[in-house]
Design a protein around this ligand. Structure first.
Ligand SMILES: [Zn+2]
Length: 175
């Protein structure tokens, strides 16, 4: 009875209308679902990047550091981003790390006291790697800090040459 009902049920139709235009922006962040809504909120509303392409993997930008312990994850993420650059005309990439990431603690065995520094270092490495691979790409980096029930997005200064960080939060028209 229940199965027949399920078969006969009308398919769910999203109330969100489809929009054809791509915005040529992507974000790479951790797949931790507890942060997913906040990542969307930040990218949609603070950075004004609706319909951005998502690359969610455990540890997020950790995979783009060139380290051996993330070799396969890095290979896969680079292929994904190369595809987006080639086919979706990617012009902007937003890298996000989040506080207390379990991928770092449990997979990479990073101690709690060293965690944030390592994540910031990895944002630098990931940005550098992507800018080497795609010279025209604008890369911004952020750290999502949890304060009880709030998640705060702090800009992470990247080495000179990126030069786009301050615009990240204020320029809503440039993309
Ligand atoms: Zn995580």
């Amino acid at each position: 009875m229940a199965i027949r009902h399920a078969r006969g049920a009308a398919p769910f139709v999203s109330s969100v209308p489809f929009e054809e235009a791509r915005i040529r922006a992507a974000s790479l962040y951790c797949s931790d679902g507890r942060y997913g809504e906040q990542f969307d909120d930040f990218l949609h509303n603070a950075l004004a990047l609706p319909r951005y392409d998502r690359l969610a993997v455990p540890g997020g930008p950790a995979c783009l550091t060139g380290r051996l312990d993330v070799f396969w994850e890095g290979h896969s993420a680079q292929q994904g981003l190369d595809f987006l650059a080639a086919v979706h005309g990617l012009e902007r990439l937003v890298l996000i790390q989040h506080q207390g990431c379990a991928f770092y603690r449990q997979w990479l065995k990073v101690r709690d006291e060293a965690l944030e520094a390592r994540q910031i270092e990895d944002l630098h490495k990931a940005a550098e790697l992507m800018r080497r691979r795609h010279r025209e790409l604008r890369v911004d980096a952020f750290f999502a800090r949890r304060l009880e029930a709030e998640v705060r997005f702090e800009p992470v200064a990247l080495p000179a040459g990126d030069g786009v960080l301050a615009q990240g939060l204020t320029s809503t028209q440039s993309t």
